[in-house]
Write a protein that binds this ligand. Structure first.
Ligand code: SAM
Ligand code: SF4
Length: 327
C-alpha cells in the first residue's frame, strides 16, 4: 500500500483496548477518562478479519498489539494466537506496561508473540508512583523477569524521557541495558498527553541523549536492514544490550514512516497526529466484502499525511490522547 509520497505502509499497530491500569502523566489524566462502551470496541473476530485482509490483500508484515494496556483485554493470548494463525511468518510484537507479564508472558509466547516492548520510565519507586500514578515498579520488574523466563529475547524497554522528571536516569538505563542485555529505547515526549502538559521545553533531544551515553559508554551505530524510526547503537566495548532513540519530535521519521494504526473502536489512522480517522467498523458491521474493506484501506493509506507539524505554527493536536489512539 503506497501513499502519495511513495512510502509503503506495511506495519500495523492494533489497539486492542482504550483501557489501562496505569495513568501515566504523559498519556492519561489522573481520573475521569471516558472509556469506549464494550460494544464499540472491535471483537476478536473483527480484529482478526481486518488483520487478515491487511496481511493477505495489502502487504502488512508486522503487527504490534498495543492500547491502552493490551494485557487488560481479556483473552489477549487467544487473540495473539488467532492473529499468528493468519500467517506463521508474521512478525507479531506487543507494547505493554508490564504489570501483568508474570501472569501472561508464557501464554503470549506460546501463542506466537515474538517480540516484547516494556515501558519503563524510572528505576525509583517514588518516581514511578508519580509518573505512572500507580505503585507498581516491583511488579513491572518482576514482569520483566517473567518475560525473560518465557524466552523473550531481546526485550526492548521504552523510556519516555521528560526533562526534569527522569532525564537524570538516562545513564542508569544505559547501565541497565549493559547489565541485563536489554535494548533501551529513549522516546521523545510527544504532545499526545491527555492533560495537555506537554511543552517543547520538556523534550530532551535524542542527539543529546546519545551524546551523554556515548561520553560514558562509547557507542557504535547499528545499520538497519530497512529504514526504521529508532536509531540503534551497540556498546563499542562489546557489552550486552544496546540503546536507541526515537526522535519523534526533534528529527521526525515521517519521511520513512511505514505505520498505520487501528484504534480500539475500529478506526484506521494513518498517523499518530492524524486529524481524521477512517471508520472501518462501520464497514465490518455493515456487511462490506473483504474487497470493499481492502479498497477503503488502500484509499485511506493513499491520503496519508506527509508528516506531523510539531513545532510549526500550523500544528494542531489531535483531539485524542495516546491511550485512545494506540501508541
Ligand atoms: N500501555 C502500554 C504501554 O504503556 O507500554 C501500551 C500503550 S502506550 C500508549 C505505548 C507507548 O507509548 C508506551 O511506550 C508509552 O510510554 C508511549 N507514550 C505514551 N504517551 C506518550 C507521549 N506523550 N509521548 C511519547 N510516548 C508516549
Ligand atoms: Fe497506560 Fe501505556 Fe498510557 Fe501508561 S502509556 S497510561 S501504561 S496506555
Amino acid at each position: 500500500m503506497r501513499d502519495t509520497f511513495g512510502r509503503v505502509a506495511d506495519d500495523l499497530r492494533i489497539s486492542v483496548t482504550d483501557r489501562c491500569n496505569f495513568r501515566c502523566v504523559y498519556c492519561m489524566p489522573a481520573a475521569g477518562m471516558a472509556w469506549l462502551a464494550r460494544d464499540e470496541v472491535l471483537s476478536f473476530e473483527e480484529i482478526v478479519r481486518l488483520t487478515r485482509i491487511l496481511v493477505e490483500e495489502c502487504g502488512v508484515r508486522t503487527i504490534r498489539l498495543t492500547g491502552g494496556e493490551p494485557l487488560v483485554r481479556k483473552g489477549i493470548e487467544q487473540l495473539t494466537g488467532m492473529i499468528a494463525a493468519i500467517d506463521p511468518s508474521l512478525d507479531i510484537a506487543m507494547t505493554t506496561n508490564g504489570i501483568l507479564l508474570r501472569e501472561k508472558a508464557q501464554a503470549l509466547r506460546d501463542a506466537g508473540l515474538r517480540r516484547l516492548n516494556v515501558s519503563l520510565d524510572t528505576l525509583h519507586s517514588d518516581r514511578f508512583r508519580n509518573l505512572a500514578r500507580r505503585d507498581a515498579l516491583d511488579r513491572v520488574l518482576d514482569g520483566l523477569a517473567a518475560a525473560r523466563e518465557a524466552g523473550f529475547e531481546p526485550i526492548k524497554l521504552n523510556m519516555v524521557v521528560m526533562r526534569g522528571r527522569n532525564d537524570d536516569e538516562i545513564l542508569d538505563f544505559a547501565k541497565l541495558a549493559r547489565r541485563e542485555g536489554y535494548q533501551v529505547r529513549f522516546i521523545e515526549f510527544m504532545p499526545l498527553d491527555a492533560d495537555g502538559i506537554w511543552s517543547q521545553d520538556d523534550v530532551v533531544a535524542s542527539r543529546d541523549i546519545i551524546e551523554a551515553i556515548d561520553r560514558e559508554f562509547p557507542l557504535e551505530p547499528l545499520l538497519n536492514d530497512r529504514p526504521a524510526p529508532a536509531t540503534s547503537f551497540r556498546f563499542k566495548d562489546g557489552a550486552a544490550g544496546g540503546v536507541g532513540v526515537i526522535p519523534s519530535v526533534s528529527d521526525a521519521f515521517c519521511r520513512i514512516c511505514n505505520r498505520i494504526r487501528l484504534t480500539a473502536e475500529g478506526h484506521l489512522r494513518t498517523c499518530l497526529f492524524s486529524l481524521q480517522e477512517h471508520d472501518l467498523k462501520v464497514l465490518l458491521r455493515g456487511g462490506a466484502s473483504d474487497l470493499e474493506i481492502r479498497d477503503a484501506v488502500v484509499r485511506a493509506v493513499w491520503q496519508k499525511e506527509e508528516g506531523h507539524k510539531i513545532g510549526q505554527a500550523d500544528f494542531v493536536r489531535p483531539a485524542k490522547s495516546m491511550s485512545q489512539i494506540g501508541g
